[in-house]
Write a protein that binds this ligand. Sequence first.
Ligand SMILES: Nc1ncnc2c1ncn2[C@@H]1O[C@H](COP(=O)(O)OP(=O)(O)OP(=O)(O)O)[C@@H](O)[C@H]1O
Ligand SMILES: [Mg+2]
Length: 450
Amino acid sequence: MKKVIKLLIIDDDDFVSASLSDYLINKGFGVRTASNGKDGIMSFEREQPSLVLLDQKLPDMEGVDVCQKILAINPNAKIIFITAYATVQYAVEAMQAGASHYLSKPFELDELSITIDMALKNVQMEGKLRVQDYEREKDRREKKLIGSSEVINRIKEQIELAAGSEATVLLTGETGVGKNVVAIAIHDLQAKRETYLTINCSAIPENLMEAEYFGHEKGVFTGAETRREGIFELSDGGTLVLDEIGDIPMHLQSKLLTALEDKTIRRIGSGRVIPVDVRVIATTNENLEEAIREKRFRQDLYYRLAVLNIHIPPLRDHPEDISEISDYFVKRFCRRPVKIPDSHIRKMMKYPWPGNVRELRNVIERAALLLQGDEIRPADLLLQDSLSSPLEKSSQKTMNIREIIPLEEVKKRHILSALRACSGNKSLTARSLGVSLSTLKRKLREMNIT
Ligand SMILES: Nc1ncnc2c1ncn2[C@@H]1O[C@H](COP(=O)(O)OP(=O)(O)OP(=O)(O)O)[C@@H](O)[C@H]1O
Ligand SMILES: [Mg+2]
């Protein structure tokens, strides 16, 4: 779904205004006009066009002043000056006021069209930069759902089903099972949806979260120097993945519910309701039913999200895929033919894989680094052996009274080394420690670990 680009023409010459407007509407732009500075600024406030064509001389104001007022509302606005009196001095003034381009009358419509294209390229580039903060395009391209077990085939069927509808999807499953891979697969099957953005609900400080979701107007809180669009607006016409939805704070849950139900949002500090067409996919490795019982998650939001629930089982439930997935990663990381002996595959099929496919991927990546020759040796496949053995070793040792460490300190050290072992991945750490992600986060806060 292509977004209509909005333009605003501010010119007191009705003939110029009407002919430009006809030409631009024909090119597919959404056009508004205003015939004086004051109306122009008001229209800009209301419509927030991407681009403004601004006459140099208006009945009530100088074009340069209008330009400055518009940029004060939105510093990213692109303004093309149009003038009948082409003087170098005026051009300099216009550029100093922040105009991005300058056209002197009379001009050819082709010339206008090229200038608009140039100005919009800038808008798109700025927008893209923000989008990339979330998107990490590169990660996406290398993701593909591998496997041919019954488990994976069933998920592929559910992906097709989801792609055929516009309903909200909830993806559940342990860490590393491929929830984000599935989200991408759903998106890729929906050709009409362009952008694919992900926002991690646990990675954003709670006080900034609402602004990140829904955007804010200029000056509504300290730090809000400019108006900023939230991720819902940025993904208009596309897919939005809300990662780790279980971590979204209560007060935002009701706002999210409204956004999903009404398909509209409201920026902080604005009464204006903005329609958004977004396909929402939420993921979680938490048990949301438990979170509902503990009153940490709204039941109505859960029902709203889980219109379609795709549960992805852990890797240990479909070990028959391990061989195919390993081959896939070996090909990717070794870039030459390398064999994994059957005996290793059998060993891997018995391993419980607490970090699921992500852990398998990491094991293969490390093996690829250690690789000598064209066969992966057992020593290269470093599977974490039974998690209980280091504990057993330490508890068998007789302790000297001075060696006794306070229990809280032991906990802290244990959590820290678990975090290190999981390369800082909190979801995986929580899972390996057998606690929920929110419990882990609470402990980290209590222990002042950042
Ligand atoms: N079936 C699969 N085929 C190929 N790669 C997979 C598969 N499942 C997962 N992966 C890979 O495993 C890694 C983890 O996958 P992903 O990020 O989708 O997991 P997740 O379920 O979202 O985990 P988390 O809950 O920690 O966010 C990625 O590198 C992904 O490409
Ligand atoms: Mg994920």
